[in-house]
Design a protein around this ligand. Structure first.
Ligand code: BDR
Ligand code: CA
Length: 300
């Protein structure tokens, strides 16, 4: 049974990815490590705890992570995710994060279960970069590592050059991309292949608790702005690729990440044949089928 740890800045698409992991058959979610990004770190932490509580999974540990990038401050994406970050009011969580830090938790889990942990990073890469700085060689102990981030050789979404997660902490992105660790990178070019239209989203229903909550988050996101015609999928693709690698094809590359200046967070292919499996084609039909299956999404 895959043991998965999700490093996240919840976030609408983060929340859906977390619910997918909880709903996927035979997957043990071993922890959520939180990082600032989409929303301030304290809010992200609250969202992670509230989400788990709401679906009856407060047994999953939640860990405090970085509230600042390696340098400077995080950007915010509340214009996209809403002030709360998850578009759905949830009761105050009854649980607290574990006292350990994300970095110590990740290092301990990876050391205890070498080759067994599927690590999925769907926020700025600060926690992972700090992990490698404090406990070198930790990332190499993961069974696999899937990351949502970057807009390789293509336009960004937060600046003309950079994708949000890489932009939030370009130095961390640079360090993780150059750690020499095999990883799958789902960048914006891959994410731009998958979207859910407003009409389709508003017609979906689910009878399962996780699927229902995921749908409410999606549908409220559309209702928050009448101009929103479609929702791109980001973190959901990285999560699906981690659990079911056949949902996309990849090519091996080495990447260069701009760490400062006007193009901070931009990423380019530096050479072919590196340790990074960069997503190429997403099998949209298979991805949607997986999501529908795990979350019990059905057309009305
Ligand atoms: C990424 O940025 C965040 O806003 C999303 O949660 C996703 O991880 C997309 O650029
Ligand atoms: Ca995210």
């Amino acid at each position: 049974m895959p043991r998965i740890i999700i490093d996240t800045d919840p976030g609408v698409d983060d929340a859906i990815a977390i619910l997918m992991a909880l709903a996927a058959p035979s997957v043990e979610v071993a922890g959520l490590t939180v990082v600032g990004g989409n929303v301030p770190h304290a809010r992200g932490l609250r969202n992670a705890l509230a989400l788990l509580d709401f679906v009856g999974r407060s047994d999953v540990p939640v860990l405090r992570g970085s509230n600042r990038p390696l340098k400077g401050r995080f950007a915010s994406a509340q214009h996209f995710h809403g002030t709360s970050g998850i578009t759905r009011r949830l009761p105050e969580p009854t649980t607290r994060p574990l006292p350990q830090s994300s970095v110590d938790f990740l290092a301990a889990q990876l050391a205890r279960f070498p080759g067994e942990i599927t690590l999925v990073a769907i926020g700025p890469l600060t926690n992972l970069a700090r992990l490698e700085r404090q406990y070198p060689g930790s990332l190499a102990k993961a069974a696999s590592l899937a990351i949502m981030g970057g807009s390789v050789d293509s336009p960004g979404n937060i600046t003309p050059h950079a994708e949000f997660n890489f932009y939030c902490d370009p130095l961390a992105a640079h360090e993780v991309m150059n750690a020499g660790v095999p990883l799958t990178l789902v960048d914006l070019a891959a994410c731009r292949q998958v979207f859910l239209s407003r009409d389709e989203a508003l017609r979906l229903r689910s009878r399962r608790p996780m699927g229902k909550l995921a749908l409410e988050i999606v549908q409220n996101w559309f209702r928050a702005d009448r101009g929103r015609e479609s929702m791109l999928f980001y973190d959901q693709i990285a999560l699906a690729a981690a659990l079911c690698p056949k949902v996309l094809t990849t090519r091996q590359v080495q990447l260069a990440v701009q760490i400062d200046g006007d193009e901070a967070g931009a990423s380019q292919t530096a050479a072919a044949g590196g340790p990074i499996a960069l997503a190429k084609e997403v099998d949209v039909e298979q991805l949607m089928a997986l999501m529908g299956d795990w979350l019990g999404w059905e057309r009305e």
